[in-house]
Ligand binder design. Structure first.
Ligand code: NAD
Ligand code: UGA
Length: 452
């Protein structure tokens, strides 16, 4: 069996590396039109940082895992084609700012139709609006020269930072297909790939539309929990309750559960906001404005939470940060990844720059150039924004520290030393609730958390 995956990104790379590792008899080739990305996958420095991934790639690469820019030839030779291209929010025309931009999906479908001469199973791995399989089927049917296709939906639920353990031991694998004998056979083929390491009872099969919709709904529910606890964090700050104590108390109820109740500076990442906006747009398109408004509030609350964090810094620093040095600890959207897409850090740094603060960012995995271009735009510079190579360097002569990403190393810094090197009064704003505020206050910091 030969698998081709189109898209060597955060999903395509790790998922295919794990399939190749677990199924040595299957030849897996990941293709991308981005030659630099493919070169990096073929080098010792992979294009994405993900704990455990280097070992997986090292074992399988060159054996049955390959990375290539030869998109057409790889598609032509494959039995199963995973489509793992980006599906960003549209930035133009109808649905701008909300609908998913499906141009990459459509372009892939056209290429598949163009070069295929043998039967193929096309697997939607990208997150897409419900009914996208129908679009793909129509494009294939209108352009093929006779090859037979089955389109399946197999959304990915891995989280960045834990991609490898998530793929090794998924809560479930979801596969949607057409309820026809040919559809069922295609589903069974894909089930047999995952069944090499995932227990059968965790492989769920559904119809196509349930599978496509479940992915958007899973992300919406996860993000909703974060926005819910973040909303409560504002109330905690107003009342003297502690949001972590509240989260612990409600999370002990087995009907609520303890996960995804960590109040924060706001959720980031390439998917939560994009997928909820996509869901909102779908609801509106199907004439369901009340449902759309309900889910849209999850994103509005997140925007509020990000703004609230910067506003609190400003207020606590006597309503002016102009010319004050603020150290920002962390820039990635969560720990253990170098991904900065939609990171709350971008908003926080921009808000501080708008107030004429001198911002010094330190992140253990994000390169300086990435930080500059995320905040300012490609190639732009601003003398007020600099990047440090350690937390200590960033905090030197600072008036305040803002912890924005929950990297473990920020928990064990020598805050006594850091305090000694800062302007007084020295403030610390913990946007992740990872440091002990009482200990910091004992050192002399004016220390603030989220929701406490
Ligand atoms: P990404 O931007 O990291 O990777 C997508 C890749 O596809 C890019 O390298 C791009 O060059 C390539 N590509 C686009 N069009 C192409 C074409 N026509 N031919 C060849 N290559 C092409 O994106 P990602 O984070 O891997 O996400 C991919 C999809 O998976 C999205 O729909 C996303 O919503 C979904 N998803 C992402 C995550 C995540 O953790 N990042 C998790 C679950 C699902
Ligand atoms: C999320 C989902 O968890 C995955 O299941 C899904 O596959 C993926 O989106 C996707 O579709 O792209 P990811 O965005 O990688 O994964 O990471 P999460 O762990 O979900 O964190 C997202 C954001 O929420 C981060 O900024 C994180 O810091 C924040 N978060 C998470 C909180 O603020 N509080 C929490 O309790 C949990």
């Amino acid at each position: 069996m030969k698998i081709c995956c189109i898209g060597a990104g955060y999903v395509g790379g790790p998922t295919m590396a794990v399939i190749a590792l677990k199924a040595p008899d299957i030849q897996v080739t990941v293709v991308d039109m981005n030659a630099a990305r493919i070169a990096a996958w073929n080098s010792d420095t992979l294009p994405i940082y993900e704990p455990g991934l280097d070992d997986v790639v090292k074992e399988a690469r060159g054996r049955n895992l390959f990375f290539s820019t030869d998109v057409k030839a790889t598609i032509a030779a494959a039995d199963i084609i995973f489509v793992s291209v980006n599906t960003p929010t549209k930035t133009y025309g109808v649905g701008s700012g909300r609908a998913a931009d499906l141009r990459y999906i459509e372009s892939v479908a056209r290429t598949i139709a163009e070069v295929s001469t043998t039967p193929k199973i096309i697997v939607e791995k990208s997150t897409i609006p419900v009914k996208t399989a129908e679009t793909i089927q129509q494009i294939l049917a209108a352009n093929t020269s006779g090859a037979k296709f089955q389109v399946l939906s197999n959304p990915e639920f891995l989280a960045e930072g834990t991609a490898v353990p998530d793929l090794f031991n998924p809560d479930r694998v979801l596969i949607g297909g057409e309820r026809t004998p040919e559809g069922d056979a295609a589903v069974e083929t894909l089930v047999s790939v995952y069944a090499r390491w995932v227990p059968r009872e965790r492989i769920i099969t559904t119809n196509l539309w349930s599978s496509e919709l479940s992915k958007l709904v899973a992300n919406a529910f996860l993000a909703q929990r974060i926005s819910s606890i973040n909303a409560i964090s504002a109330l905690c700050e107003a009342t003297g309750a502690d949001v972590d104590e509240v989260a612990n108390a409600i999370g002990k109820d087995s009907r609520i559960g303890p996960k995804f109740l960590k109040a924060s500076v706001g959720f980031g990442g390439s998917c939560f906001q994009k997928d909820i906006l996509n869901l909102v747009y779908l609801c509106e398109s199907f004439g369901l404005p009340e449902v759309a408004a309900y889910w849209n509030q999850v994103v509005s609350m997140n925007d509020y939470q990000k703004r609230r964090f910067s506003a609190r810094i400003l207020k606590s620093l006597f309503n002016t940060v102009a010319d004050k040095r603020i150290a920002v600890f962390g820039f990635a959207f969560k720990k253990d990844t170098n991904d900065t897409r939609e990171s709350a850090a971008i908003n926080v740094v921009r808000d501080l720059l708008a107030e004429h603060a001198n911002v010094v960012v330190y992140d253990p995995k994000v390169p300086a150039a990435e930080i500059m271009s995320d905040v300012l735009g490609k190639g732009e510079t601003n003398p007020r924004l600099t990047v440090a190579t350690s937390a200590y360097e960033a905090a030197l002569d600072a008036h305040a520290i803002a912890i924005v990403t929950e990297w473990d190393e920020f928990k064990t810094l020598d805050y006594t030393k850091i305090f000694a090197d800062m302007h007084k009064p020295a403030s610390l704003f913990d946007g992740r609730n990872i440091v002990d505020l009482a200990k910091l206050r004992a050192i002399g910091f004016r220390a603030h958390g989220i929701g406490r």
